[in-house]
Ligand binder design. Structure first.
Ligand code: ASP
Length: 333
């Protein structure tokens, strides 16, 4: 009898050992992923110098966000730090360097969401907020509303101490020339798929909390009053501790209609798909079938990363605790 008992105990112990090995690897202490937009850029003609500029911008954003996570800061603060850096960088279509609308104005959209309680904030059509992501965070922190647009959003943000600047601050010659060219030729009136450069970040912090944020000037030569997916919670931005955090970039109208960011999370929760499966199906199958160009970055609660895009390239990068950051521009790298 005793022999059987010992044998039984040994069996249980070896099964437990097997189960442990079969379990997924431990999640990394923190993960940060950023993007600087997807689009139909002439990736193969991009000079090495230009590519290095974009890569340096992504690395700077990763380092700003990692600084927060390394010290045990929250995923929300890391997302804000990374995005604010990209908003400062005139190479990207967010903050300084944003694209112009039909009327030759710059109108920014941004949103942010945290995965623990599902709190979210967004602003649309703001033109004087230095860091639109900070305005989105102010809306989230205030908690009374989720989405503010236009003058009301600007007044609210500045009442919360968010910096405002003159609209000239956002101007860059490259974006202005692109606007002028489109205006003259009027060839690409309906949502031309131009090099974009919307920015976004998703993060997992040491407490296992997820967050996502997105900031943009929207589509080049958009109609006055147009809002894209970037400030729309569930379309361009989503975070849920039970599944994943997502930030999107691409042809916003399709991303809104397909609730892209929340669909990826829902597929994980309700269909049991992995992050990679869910992200690939939405971006590479469903959006691709609609000819809707773009991509997403995402991280799940275990620290897995997905960065699919169906365009020739997407500025992207990530860093995991204790690892060297990775950045890439085109499909190959
Ligand atoms: N999704 C953005 C928009 O439609 C554009 C982009 O990602 O480049 O406003």
């Amino acid at each position: 009898m005793q022999r059987y008992l010992i044998l039984f105990c040994l069996m249980i112990l070896s099964l437990a050992g097997f189960a442990q090995k079969a379990m997924p690897e431990e999640r990394p202490p923190y993960v940060l992923v950023v993007h600087g937009g997807a689009g139909a850029m002439e990736w193969e003609h991009m000079s090495d110098e230009a590519r290095r500029g974009y890569e340096a911008g992504l690395l700077e954003a990763l380092s700003a966000g990692e600084e927060v996570l390394k010290k045990g800061g929250t995923s929300i603060d890391a997302v804000v730090a990374a995005i604010a850096r990209l908003e400062d960088n005139p190479l990207f279509n967010a903050g300084r360097g944003a694209v112009f609308n039909e009327a030759g104005q710059i109108a920014h959209d941004a949103s942010i969401m945290e995965g623990k309680q599902g709190k979210a904030g967004a602003v649309g059509m703001v033109g004087i907020i230095k860091h639109p992501i900070l305005a989105a965070k102010a809306v989230m922190d205030d908690g009374r509303h989720v989405f503010l647009v236009g003058r009301g959003a600007e007044l609210f943000a500045s009442s919360k101490g968010v910096d405002t600047v003159s609209p000239d601050y956002f101007y860059t010659k490259e974006r202005y020339d692109a606007w002028e060219k489109t205006r003259k030729t009027r060839l690409e009136r309906e949502f031309p798929l131009q090099p974009k450069g919307t920015v976004g970040a998703v993060a997992l912090d040491m407490n296992g909390n997820l967050a996502a944020g997105t900031s943009t000037g929207g589509m080049h030569y958009k109609r006055v009053g147009r809002l894209g997916d970037s400030p729309v919670i569930g379309a361009g931005t989503w975070a849920d501790n039970n599944s994943c955090a997502v930030s999107a970039t691409g042809h916003g109208e399709y991303f809104i209609r397909n609730a892209v960011a929340s669909d990826i999370s829902a597929r994980m929760k309700y269909l049991g798909q992995s992050l990679q499966e869910a992200a690939n199906e939405v971006v590479m199958v469903r959006l691709a079938a609609l000819d809707a160009g773009g991509g997403i970055i995402a991280v799940d609660r275990k620290g897995n990363i997905a960065m699919p895009f169906n365009t020739p390239g997407m500025f992207r990068g990530y860093v995991r605790a204790g690892e060297k950051p990775y950045v890439a521009v085109s499909k190959e790298k």
